[in-house]
Write a protein that binds this ligand. Sequence first.
Ligand SMILES: Cc1ncc(COP(=O)(O)O)c(C=O)c1O
Length: 392
Amino acid sequence: MNKRELFLNYIAQTSDAPLLLEIEKAKGIYLYDTNGKAYIDLISGIAVNNLGYNRKEIVKAVQEQAERYFHTMVYGEYILSPQVSFADLLLKQLPQHFNNVYFTNSGTEATEAAMKLAKRYTGRQQIIAATKAYHGSTQGAASLMSEPFYKTAFEPLLPHIDYIKFNNNDDINKITDKTACVILETIQGEWGVHLPKNDYLKKVAQKCKEVGALFILDECQVGFGRTGTLFAFEQYDVKPDVILLAKALGGGMPLGALVSNKKILNVFTHQPVLGHITTFGGHPVSCAAAKASLEVLLKENYIDEVEEKAALFKQLLIESPKVKEVRNAGLLMAVEIGSFEMVLSTIKKVINAGVITDWFLFNDTSIRIAPPLTINKDEIKKACSIIINALN
Ligand SMILES: Cc1ncc(COP(=O)(O)O)c(C=O)c1O
């Protein structure tokens, strides 16, 4: 069998229409297939490669750590230099009350751990999430999905989950002294990029404080510069109790985290002891990559350039009569073109022309554009002209 046949036969498939690009190598914003064809990755492997592919500082950190040690012991037992140094650097970028990190392997595991944390910390059962939100695919995180399409087949999922509509002030009253936590995406990504309006996040935070519920913001997709600040919540003058991190956190390696206050995360240490455990969470090689990636983001100007680059994308794309609207939070953009058929045919056409885009889980009438933050203006112009040609 050739590689394509091996993939289709031996790798479990999650849709009938995989993209089927056979990747040979990747560098910067480009993926290269086995025929040597280059593709501009406008989705960053879904919000992971904020610094593009194979960034030299990250490669070096991974190589050096791989030569020292890989896995040594389950999470939380040994003092691992890459883990503690990265935690130190990460916490220095956050408001002071964030002084403790629990590392996982992925975003969905960060969500799972946060749900357990909130129940244990408050002694309550109800968890509130927003409709059209996405926090992961394991059973706890999937329970937070409001859309029956993706979850009915897997029921029963968790009980005591309730939903509020994002940006709806009346729904905030559903948060009561029965609520263990409210989990929101800072920006609703998979709904096709919807931003909080009119101090919405602050109002939810205030209500959580009043009733003693934890306020948790999921920054998995929007963290690490994607929206023009290191973390998206910084733009909303709000103080969550917990943030969830993943995706770009690991600089391309698998890593997730929940960050909170020591007083809150300490509940995992007793009643029961080992309240949340993981074998690989906070893997030394992933933490080394994460630290190198964060150092580059802090040193270079990519985050400062996000708004200008996003404005160029918008200015160019809106020229097409097919584009109804471009919603964006920095370089997380949804190009609304009004029909799923057009989204599918555009994705297909632009891939043939060497540009990778996608759609959103809960919004299939928009094209997803979330390139590496390192993309330059000429590359933006080239990618946009390919998209506009395909649309027209
Ligand atoms: C906002 C958000 N939270 C959580 C997740 C889950 O992350 P992972 O796929 O690493 O489990 C995602 C993934 O797309 C996400 O976008």
